[in-house]
Design a protein around this ligand. Structure first.
Ligand code: UD1
Ligand code: CA
Length: 479
């Protein structure tokens, strides 16, 4: 990470603050690990920082937050803030890993996942263009809420940042806020951090007070107002988590639409970060595309499709179905109301129809499981038709067993395959059969009781009833 994307010669390091307890989340999970569009919020901030190719990237975590350490990519160092004494103390902990570093330090908040490459690059550029030693990104919000307020003097220059909790009623009226993203000259930061005092309502060492200390020392602080105020939105409660998710989701959907995907109703369509959808695919209302889902070109997905870690080929159709960890080939048709469970592969042109559940199975090219069936731990060949209501009885209460069905097989309705069992190529099974033995290729497997008809039954029954030997309410079918 030594290449610079800016042509400025000053080296850049990044410190991301992520050690906070996130008390307002009321959670046992560290706040920065809460997910935005299926991904820990901290990962987005790290990605934004990495676009700048910094010399060093440090994430400040708590001593009890190994789980945060585990999601850090290589090249990203973990600093530990021993005690949570505030954002100023967190930066101090981060600087401990920047021994001998002399350059610009970009400070980002780990709970503000909407910052992206454009945002951080504009901030660093503004800092360098102003030849500033301290720059804080400001934003104007209609509802400034709990964000720190940027207090400016009569000449428009920044005087200080005041936290909402410590602000006077007049200061609270200010709509210009601190985004929580800063660039500092490393030497200035090292000089000022030890002078922070916990003289505020929270008794914390506020990073924001560095601004006042710098100005007291005659160092001007730049506070450019960012264009994209939405990018600063931070997550402090689950209400804000939902709001930030909504923004990220909208951004991801817009990216898909601009890449040629039709999204019928963005308001009810949920996509996770990293989901890919091909050109001319139509995503209908009420659809979830989650995890590492990839959808090919010219597909129709939805309405009401739920796909998690699903791979879908081109020209496939998935209607009102639930798909997990599976691969659906090109031209396949799934649903309505299909449940495709992990490790299922539908080969090209295959079909899984209404009220069909398939688990850990491979269905060959062009084969169909059209109605009301359960296929588990099975391998089905190509161009085979599974009749309505077929069941692979794959579980004997202790172990799971495989069912193998060949190519070009036609199974009768309501066939049960008691696994392990094999049906050869081109074979048939008779409707209602319980197949417990292998069916050789080309054979018909019949495994059901032979039908017996009782002639004249209805007449004899009526006669018995007349003689009073049958209670009038006795059911049909008893002899
Ligand atoms: C902070 C700013 C506020 C700004 C807002 C932008 C301060 C004092 N206030 O407020 O002006 O408008 O961010 O989102 O800086 N953290 C640590 N160690 C700590 C405390 C916090 O690492 O001891 C981390 C948190 O994990 C979090 C970030 O610092 O990622 C910000 O902390 P938080 O408590 O959320 O600050 P805010 O009150 O939101
Ligand atoms: Ca915050």
């Amino acid at each position: 990470m030594t290449d610079h994307v800016t042509d400025d010669s000053s080296p850049l390091a990044v410190v991301i603050l992520a050690a906070g307890l996130g008390t307002r989340m009321k959670s046992d999970v560290p706040k920065v690990l809460h997910e935005v569009c299926g991904r820990p919020m901290l990962s987005y901030v790290i990605d934004a920082a990495l676009t700048l190719a910094p010399e060093q990237l440090v994430v400040v975590t708590g001593p009890d937050q190994d789980a945060v350490g585990e999601i850090l990519p290589s090249g990203c160092e973990r600093a530990v803030q021993a005690e949570r004494r505030g954002t100023g103390d967190a930066v101090r902990a981060g600087l401990e890993l920047l021994v001998g570093f002399d350059g610009d330090v970009l400070v980002l908040m780990g709970d503000a996942p909407l910052v992206d490459g454009a945002f951080v690059s504009a901030l660093v550029t503004a800092h360098r263009a102003a030849a500033s030693r301290a720059t804080v990104a400001a934003a104007t919000l209609d509802e400034p809420g709990h964000y720190g307020r940027v207090v400016r003097g009569p000449d428009g220059s920044v005087r200080r940042i005041v936290e909402a909790r410590d602000a006077s009623p007049e200061e609270l009226m200010l709509t210009e806020v601190n985004t929580g993203s800063y660039v500092f000259d490393a030497a200035l930061l090292r000089a000022l951090l030890p002078r922070l005092r916990p003289d505020n309502t929270q008794g914390e060492l506020y990073l924001t007070d560095v601004v006042r200390l710098a100005i007291d020392d005659g160092v001007a602080v730049a506070a450019p107002v960012v264009d994209d105020a939405e990018a600063m939105l931070a997550v402090n409660s689950r209400v804000e988590l939902a709001a930030v998710n909504a923004v990220m989701r909208r951004r991801l959907l817009e990216r898909l639409m601009l890449a040629g995907v039709t999204v019928e109703d963005p308001g009810t369509t949920y996509v996770d970060w990293g989901v890919e959808v091909g050109r001319d695919t139509v995503v209908l209302a009420g659809t979830h595309l989650l995890g590492r889902t990839t959808v090919g070109a010219a597909c129709e997905i939805g309405p009401g499709a739920y796909l998690s870690n699903a791979f879908i080929g081109d020209r496939a159709r998935v209607v009102r179905s639930h798909l997990l960890d599976c691969a659906i080939g090109s031209g396949c048709s799934v649903g309505p109301f299909a449940y495709i469970r992990p490790d299922t592969v539908l080969s090209e042109g295959a079909r899984a129809g209404a009220f069909v559940e398939i688990k850990n199975s491979r269905v060959g090219e062009g084969s169909k499981v059209p109605h009301l069936s359960y296929v588990g731990d099975a391998v089905v060949g190509r161009d085979t038709n599974i009749g309505a209501g077929n069941i692979t009885a794959n579980y004997d209460g202790v172990d799971k067993h495989p069912t193998t069905i060949g190519d070009g097989v036609r199974t009768g309705s309501d066939t049960t395959f008691v696994a392990p069992v094999t049906v050869g190529d081109g074979a048939y099974t008779a409707a209602g059969s319980v197949i417990t033995q292998d069916v050789p290729a080309g054979a018909l497997g019949v495994a059901r009781a032979r039908q017996q008809n009782v002639p004249g039954y209805a007449e004899r029954r009526a006669a018995r009833r007349l003689r009073g030997r049958l209670p009038a309410d006795e059911r049909d079918g008893r002899r």
